[in-house]
Design a protein around this ligand. Structure first.
Ligand code: DGL
Length: 259
């Protein structure tokens, strides 16, 4: 069973991409809404939240994992695999697959990654893209993930993304990478802002690349079950689950996930 986790709805896009490519995979999802947003949190805290989420998912039957949250990628790559035992734990994070997939499609260096503070601070995108011979510019858009989880108005979204639009244009970016899994949920607003300025840009959502790697690396031959757990209930989460996975899917709210 594949265990997927994020702070909230962000990982639902990644889960949907995996399900489209592997409809028989058994999936268990955890959205840590009680601790959302992850972006402003220190590395040490993110490490512990990641560990708790993975322990919880393991207790629910997960044997393979997707960290559908860029902000915890650094925790996942080194320390977590040590705690869980590198040889037994198969885990995919967002950044490596994004860099590998983008390198196959472009040799351009005009790439802007928008992400949370934690992701920008970690330097993980620069390192992953450098390994693929690409360089990237980073920009933190600190309030965007929480705004998406609160489903704020389109005007508020436009206001929050304005610095990202300006930065992309000022560096003549050709590709904008969603370095936070919540961000693709405002893809339309971003594209509208660029087109209003008559600026042409490609947007890249790493979810498909992550799904491709999951299908290759994981056992996806189950019976297609999917279970959702959250640490705090949220209408936006429930609505997004219904839109992406249908009306009959159950979401269980768990108050305590770690011992
Ligand atoms: N979804 C997460 C990411 O991709 C974090 C968003 C947040 O909780 O700040 O970085």
């Amino acid at each position: 069973m594949i265990g997927i986790f994020d702070s909230g709805i962000g990982g639902l896009g990644t889960t949907s991409a995996i399900r489209k490519k592997a409809p028989h995979a058994d999936i268990v999802y955890f959205g840590d809404l009680a601790n959302m947003p992850y972006g402003p949190r220190p590395t040490e805290e993110l490490f512990h939240l990641t560990l708790d989420a993975m322990m919880f998912l393991r207790a629910k039957g997960a044997t393979e994992f997707v960290a559908a949250c860029n902000s915890v990628s650094v925790s996942v790559i080194t320390p977590i695999t040590d705690v869980f035992g590198t040889s037994q734990t198969r885990i995919i994070e967002m950044v490596g697959p994004a860099a590998r997939a983008l390198a196959r499609h472009t040799s351009e260096d005009h790439i802007l990654v928008i992400a949370t503070i934690a992701t920008v601070r970690s330097g993980i995108y620069e390192r992953a893209f450098q390994q693929q011979g690409l360089s990237v510019e980073m920009l933190a858009v600190p309030l965007l993930a929480s705004a998406i989880e609160r489903e704020v108005s389109s005007e508020e979204v436009q206001h929050i993304i304005a610095p990202a639009i300006q930065k992309a244009i000022s560096i003549q970016a050709k590709t904008l990478v969603f370095g936070c899994t919540q961000f693709p949920f405002v893809r339309e607003e971003l594209l509208r802002s660029f087109s209003e300025r008559e600026y042409k840009i490609d947007v890249f959502d790493p979810s498909d690349a992550v799904a491709d790697e999951a299908v290759t690396m994981f056992d996806v031959s189950g019976s297609g079950t999917i279970h959702f757990y959250v640490s705090k209930s949220s209408n936006v989460f429930s609505q997004t689950v219904r839109e992406l996975f249908g009306d009959t899917v159950q979401i269980e709210c768990v108050n305590e996930i770690s011992g």
